[in-house]
Ligand binder design. Sequence first.
Ligand SMILES: [Zn+2]
Length: 586
Amino acid sequence: MSVSWMSPTDRSVKIADLEANPTCGAGIVGLRRMLRLVACGLLFALAVATGGLLALAEGALDLPPQAAIDADVLLKEGLIYDGSGDEPFRGSVAIRGDRIVAVGTFPVGRIKMAVDCSGLVISPGFIDLHNHSDKQMIDRRTRANTNYLTQGCTTIVTGNCGAGPIEVAKYYNQIDVDGAGTNVLHLVPHGALRARVVGTAYRAASSDDIAAMQGLARQAMREGAWGLSSGLIYVPSSYASTDELVQIARVVGDYGGLYASHIRDEGASLLAAIDEALEVGQRAEVPVHISHFKASGRDAWGLVRRATDMIERSRELGQTVTADQYPYTALSTSLEATIIPPWARAGGHDAINARLSDPLRAARIRGAMIDALGDRDDGAMLRLARFDSKPEWVGKSLTEIAADRKSDVLEVATYIVQQGSAMIVEFSMNEDDVRYVMRQPWVATASDGRAYVPDGDKPHPRSYGTFSRKVGYYARQEGVIGVSAAIRSCTGLPADILHLTDRGYIRPGQAADLAVLDLEKFIDLATYDEPHQYSEGVVHVFVNGRAAIFQAQLTGILAGRAIRKKSPQSKPQKPIGVIGGGGGEE
Ligand SMILES: [Zn+2]
């Protein structure tokens, strides 16, 4: 348990005019402010001497008459879940410009707009640690990111699974110039580094190659990336040795970044894959983050418990290890990555097709495909999510398509691979495992989805419903975890994992990224059959102090920004995942 600074009721911060009194230490303006600073200093000494901390702080800081809070927006009298995982408390949130300036109960001055939040929940805007909108956030059609705003999301992290842009400054600038519905943070993707330096050939990287990848990673970190991602089932990230990952991750660690991994295997070899991720973290001395933590395939069901034990043990030994999860029992990826072995995917689509028309190699590939399909109920577990060549097949399983065509599943699968770029949804997880992973306090909520405008595809519903499903279904309806913990897994926890210090919490000084929810109605509506359904129950969303959703209506305002990581930051003082711990502006 961590120390709670104030009881939930005391949390009604009566001293919270942060701009008048930022952190007991910034520049001095005027006598009154100086008095406050003196009070602050005395208080701190007293608190240290007595260990009494802020129980005293509150009383002492009450001494100077409280200044009334002027605000552009006052979210009035809601139930505040502040992102720490503590119980909620009643109060208001004042926004000035793009910052939160007061939280709780405080005298108000001039208010430009008051928003009645009685009966509603005020939460930090949700942070999606694992998002694939790298192209969508710089595309006019999708950059508003409405399927995330409507879940209460205000920030997404791109560059995941080893894929995405490596020219970080250019990417960030484009977002800032054109605008975006949500904020965007970016990880430097290992697969793209390797594609640039080594290409997609199936070979080890030379020391020169590694130096070149390190150089690109260093540049990306200087331009404000937040860490390195790997996608160890995808070509060419999958061709990297553990050593290669360690050497590149070390560079990222120099800049205070983390190593986020789509690990090498989420099936029967899950434990070996977790072990590799932990090793990269230990040897490179970087925080390790396991992306979309799961056990996939019947052979692997239950292994998440042992993987959790391994992670717990490493955490007890002082290693920083965290994970994220989307709250569904199906995954989604490309058909190729699912049924074609990595060696056969070298060189990209044309090379795959060349191998498929070479009898010897084709026989080997088809053998692997038969095994992969066999593990998936002969294709019944694989449903096409996108297939441009035959959109009428989308939404059907490979088994259904084969039956319709009076064909063989292997023939259908081969045809789809030959046409290329098919995405699938695979029903491969166990509900108990999903719930078990969700209960771990170091597991954040993350979607693994992307921005969409409704079209003919049937993507995984996670792009529309991850956060509303976690809070609305799993926490509120099913009680798998408490609502406070669920909200923390979407807010303060991902901020702590990223070392993103000014978002994820409702505290004075934090960015005004806020979601106002009708908690009783907050739920996902997107399903596998009808995925393009916005979530319900989000009443208002503020991104950098501006309303992106107001009274349940999208405003069309593009208030999101590229968020650049600044200088290297020290490692966290307490283990991430502890309720009430970490982050914030302290
Ligand atoms: Zn992934």
